[in-house]
Design a protein around this ligand. Structure first.
Ligand SMILES: Cc1cc2nc3c(=O)[nH]c(=O)nc-3n(C[C@H](O)[C@H](O)[C@H](O)COP(=O)(O)OP(=O)(O)OC[C@H]3O[C@@H](n4cnc5c(N)ncnc54)[C@H](O)[C@@H]3O)c2cc1C
Length: 401
């Protein structure tokens, strides 16, 4: 006996769960398959290593699906300012939410908090079924359906299969969807640290010759460090003893917040740019990192994925309301057209920034420092950049507007 669904989502990460919640309460039967068991509680004094800078647009989506309060109940740190400077010159740019008439530029949230709040919200919808741990093995086409076989022998039939299964996406692979991209020959070292001085609810980012070093504000005097550098230096930074790490980090950051006093978790993540040639096929759609992976220097990766999820949900619900086939290629192409252009534009600008700030050529250094200072003094240009960074620009899905 096989179970019948309208939408099966593979991947219960931040993006897959956002999609599930966006379809919550609709007259559609939805299943989420997640390979790992997801944590919903942890010791009160622990801090998750993976964090995300969440834009206003993502916050609105989380709020509209009823998951934002669950995140606030755990821990959310709003930041009102962003201070960026270049190690290769005098260039500085400072963003202040007050200049955009907003109380904040965004929020720093642990990924586990986002995931747990979305999971708890998804559990409240009668039409959403969470299967975890569960892993699909293969699927085959049937008339107007896909038949999915799970590793535990179960079979599910669905009108639409969504790959929200991350950058290595097995769904994308089985669907034969090609990707384009390149490794950055950079790894990001992430670490939770405590500094002598308060972070002033500001995101700090210094562009070093090997890559950007960011301090993202968390509670009390804690910050999450995201230090993009060569794979060799990243491995050294993760392996070195605490005293050495604190000294090197403080020096690289020019001790902007005084001494770095303590480091908790540390980890290293390879960085690459990757984009799929197609987001959709008949009965298949990709969202989040399954469709695109981006350099974390402006903290946009999961935010693009949240907008994918909201846009796909809107596309599904609109076509369902007029009794169209939600899994038809013609219908799914609307979602692809909606999101692809916006994602590509953001990916290419981040790639451009990464290259511009990675260059050690003197004329380029001079130009970028001049550009930073010029932009810093041009209020309308700064306001526009802030609107992009807050996610308030572009063709937003209803859940984000
Ligand atoms: C160092 C670093 C810093 C970052 N900082 C930011 C930031 O500040 N802001 C931001 O917006 N983004 C940031 N990002 C990007 C962000 O982390 C990703 O975009 C985001 O995690 C992608 O979410 P996802 O749900 O698409 O995929 P994932 O988080 O990869 O989730 C995929 C899920 O699918 C599951 N899965 C995989 N295969 C199967 C299968 N066969 N069956 C069932 N389940 C399966 C996995 O277990 C996983 O839970 C950063 C990334 C890095 C590397």
């Amino acid at each position: 006996m096989s179970e019948q669904y309208d939408v099966v989502i593979v991947g219960g990460g931040m993006v897959g769960l956002t999609l599930a919640c966006s379809l919550g309460g609709a007259a559609l039967r939805v299943a989420v398959l997640e390979a790992s068991p997801l944590a919903t509680d942890w010791p009160a004094d622990s801090i998750g290593l993976r964090v995300s800078a969440i834009t206003h647009a993502s916050r609105k989506v989380f709020d509209n699906v009823g998951a934002w309060q669950g995140m606030v109940d755990q821990r959310v740190t709003a930041y009102g300012e962003m201070h960026v400077w270049d190690a290769g010159g005098e260039g500085v740019i400072h963003f202040d939410s007050a200049e955009a008439g907003e109380p904040s530029l965004g929020s720093i949230i642990e990924n586990r908090t986002i995931q747990a709040a979305l999971l708890q919200r998804a559990e409240q919808f009668d039409n959403v079924e969470l299967m975890m741990p569960a892993r699909w093995q293969q699927w085959h086409d049937e008339q107007n359906r896909l038949c999915i076989s799970l590793e535990d022998g179960r079979q599910l039939r669905t009108k639409l299969l969504v790959g929200a299964d991350g950058a290595r996406s097995p769904v994308r692979e089985q669907a034969g969807i090609q990707t384009k991209g390149w490794g950055y020959d950079q790894h990001a070292v992430m670490a939770i640290v405590k500094t002598e001085q308060a972070h002033l609810h500001t995101c700090w980012q210094r562009f070093l010759p090997n890559g950007p070093l960011a301090f993202l504000p968390m509670h009390d005097h804690y910050s999450c460090v995201v230090w993009s550098t060569t794979p060799d230096q990243a491995a050294e930074l993760v392996a070195m003893d605490e005293t050495q790490f604190l000294a090197q980090l403080g020096e690289a950051f020019e001790n902007k917040l005084g001494q770095v006093l303590e480091v908790r978790e540390r980890g290293q993540f390879p960085l690459r740019l990757q984009h799929t040639l197609d987001y959709v096929k008949q009965r298949i759609a990709l969202v989040g990192d399954a469709a695109h992976a981006i350099h974390p220097l402006a903290g946009q990766g999961v935010n693009l994925g949240v907008l994918d999820a909201a846009a796909l949900a809107e596309t599904i619900l609109t076509s369902h309301a007029v009794r169209r086939d939600i899994g038809s290629l013609q219908n799914l192409r609307r979602y692809e057209r909606w999101r692809k252009g916006q994602n590509v534009a953001m990916m290419l600008s981040m790639d451009g920034f990464k290259r511009l700030f990675g260059s050690q050529l003197e004329p380029v250094k001079l130009m970028r420092n001049f550009g930073l200072n010029a932009t810093n003094s041009l209020t309308p240009v700064k306001r526009l950049l802030m609107e992009y960074a807050m996610g308030d620009r572009g063709d937003l899905p209803k859940l984000a507007s």
